[in-house]
Design a binder for this molecule. Structure first.
Ligand SMILES: Cc1cc2nc3c(=O)[nH]c(=O)nc-3n(C[C@H](O)[C@H](O)[C@H](O)COP(=O)(O)OP(=O)(O)OC[C@H]3O[C@@H](n4cnc5c(N)ncnc54)[C@H](O)[C@@H]3O)c2cc1C
Length: 474
């Protein structure tokens, strides 16, 4: 059977894998799917689920991580069947299980779907997509790969995910630090060369920092750990119990203070019903996209500059067990949270001296460490990242950076909008790339819905095209 239609998915993390999985389940006509992933260890896992840390729990309970929106317990049942024997605890829907296990789950689900779809060719390429042009002769996109090969595809899905943090130091400041400075915490095990007596500085105080600190603790680290960010806020813990709550949102007014007063009203309602605030915020899911779209550019800018850090610690919470460990480390002073503005770093006899203006004392302070890990979080300003493909496409106007520089401009269903405002034909974005339009587009619950919708859009176009071809006898 000829597989005359081809779909290239660029990025083999959770977004790309879920798109492939849905295409394999939905496509009823012959087709070829290519999944292109530049890092071997990230295939079907991406940055989040290929973790090498010894403490790397999901940040979301198992019961909310199914790959399918219509089968909410799929991951939980898979865990019970495949991982219960390996776990030293009873796995329940509220458990925070290993991120690598989640990668195992995605790998198995996509493998099964491929095995059951004999009319679809599915191939995973370990390669780096560098650029794309349109090949008029073949009426298809032509993807330039780092291996020197070219790949033709009729449909494109961009699932390039979370870009590593942008360096906060100048190139000349970190040159020569070698393994003393880890600029990207997601590529390897950043802790593997750390001696237990060394002092470690983690820049960034979000969830990636939490995983690194708890991992160090579980390895029996003895040295001091400093965690630094502009504000010094830590993610708050998840609720002790998960309770149902209906979030009511009155969208009559569109400005930021109104949205915040709506959030507060719902939290007060939850309190009145003895429901923890975390449950009220979780019930907002699915509504935040609408809120974001309602806001003016000025409101969005105000939110990003003034409120984002407060919002993030409430929204992206840590498991209770991680929170307990951090508190235990803080008590004797092994863990110190610092805040302020970085003024620079320099080297002194094998040590790194990190200098900053303290947010509390307003004075310059310096600390002496042996290791620094950059956990400042993903960047959406693609011109500043190392993603050659995105830079090339932005450069030639196939993609357009949004006004706030947090992502690219996409349509309501993930269509890529070019610099001239016209949709790029048969090309879609999924996952973190949609941040500028959707705001909350990073967790599995949002990504799986996008993957289902993207696969539906592509399948219906492919099938329509197939019917026309059959009708005209091609
Ligand atoms: C440490 C961490 C923990 C998280 N924990 C959770 C959690 O518990 N629950 C939850 O719901 N969400 C969690 N998230 C959110 C996470 O963003 C999503 O769940 C999801 O993993 C995002 O997947 P992605 O495929 O879009 O991105 P990524 O995981 O970043 O994958 C994108 C992939 O594309 C590849 N790529 C990029 N450009 C190219 C190119 N040009 N050519 C070839 N390959 C390319 C990259 O190598 C990468 O593997 C976590 C995120 C992180 C970073």
């Amino acid at each position: 059977m000829s597989k005359n239609v081809s779909i290239a998915i660029i990025g083999g993390g959770a977004s790309g894998t879920l798109t492939a999985l849905n295409l394999l389940r939905k496509l009823n006509v012959p087709a070829q799917i290519w999944l292109i992933e530049k890092r071997n260890e990230a295939v079907y896992r991406g940055n989040a689920y290929s973790s090498r840390l010894n403490y790397e729990p999901l940040n979301v309970p198992a019961g909310r991580m199914s790959a399918f929106s219509h089968l909410p317990d799929d991951f939980f049942y898979w865990l019970k069947k495949k991982k219960q024997a390996d776990a030293d605890f009873d796995i329940i829907r509220e458990s925070f299980v290993s991120r690598r296990w989640y990668g195992d789950y995605l790998t198995e689900r996509v493998g099964n779907a491929a095995a059951q779809s004999s009319h679809i060719g599915f191939e995973t390429l370990i390669d780096h997509a560098l650029d794309i042009r349109f090949d008029g002769r073949k009426d298809a996109y032509c993807i330039t790969l780092n291996s020197g090969n070219n790949l033709h595809a009729n449909y494109l899905v961009f699932a390039t995910g979370n870009e590593p943090p942008v360096d906060i130091f100048k190139q000349e400041e970190v040159e020569g630090l070698n393994c003393q400075y880890v600029s990207n915490p997601w590529t390897e095990d950043p802790l593997q060369r750390i001696n237990e007596q060394e002092n470690v500085l983690i820049i960034g105080t979000g969830l990636t920092m939490v995983d690194h600190v708890v991992s160090l603790n579980k390895r029996g680290h003895k040295g001091k750990i400093f965690c630094f960010s502009r504000h010094g806020y830590l993610p708050l813990p998840h609720a002790e119990t998960s309770q149902n709550f209906v979030f009511e949102f009155n969208d009559q007014q569109k400005d930021l203070p109104h949205i915040f007063s709506e959030v507060k009203r719902n939290i007060d309602n939850a309190n009145g019903k003895n429901i923890q605030w975390q449950n009220a915020l979780d019930a907002m899911r699915g509504k935040t996209g609408r809120m974001w779209k309602m806001m003016s550019l000025d409101s969005k800018r105000l939110f990003l500059n003034r409120l984002k850090s407060i919002w993030e610690i409430h929204r992206h919470r840590m498991p209770l067990a991680s929170s307990e460990t951090l508190k235990e480390m803080e008590k004797p002073g092994q863990l110190e949270i610092l805040s302020g503005k970085v003024t620079g770093i320099n080297r002194n006899k094998g040590n790194v001296i990190f200098k900053f203006i303290s947010r509390t004392s307003k004075e310059e302070r310096s600390i002496k460490v042996q290791r620094i890990i950059n956990c400042t979080g993903p960047s959406g300003d693609y011109f500043k990242t190392d993603n050659t493909l995105l830079k090339n496409l932005l450069g030639k106007g196939w993609m357009k950076q949004d006004d706030l520089k947090i992502g690219i401009v996409t349509g309501a269903r993930g269509e890529i909008i070019q610099d001239n405002g016209v949709v790029l034909q048969n090309a879609f974005a999924i996952g973190p790339l949609r941040k500028a339009t959707e705001w909350e587009t990073t967790a599995i619950r949002e990504i799986r819905t996008q993957a289902e919708d993207t696969a539906t859009q592509i399948s219906s176009r492919v099938e329509l095209n197939h019917e026309v071809m059959v009708e005209i006898g091609l």
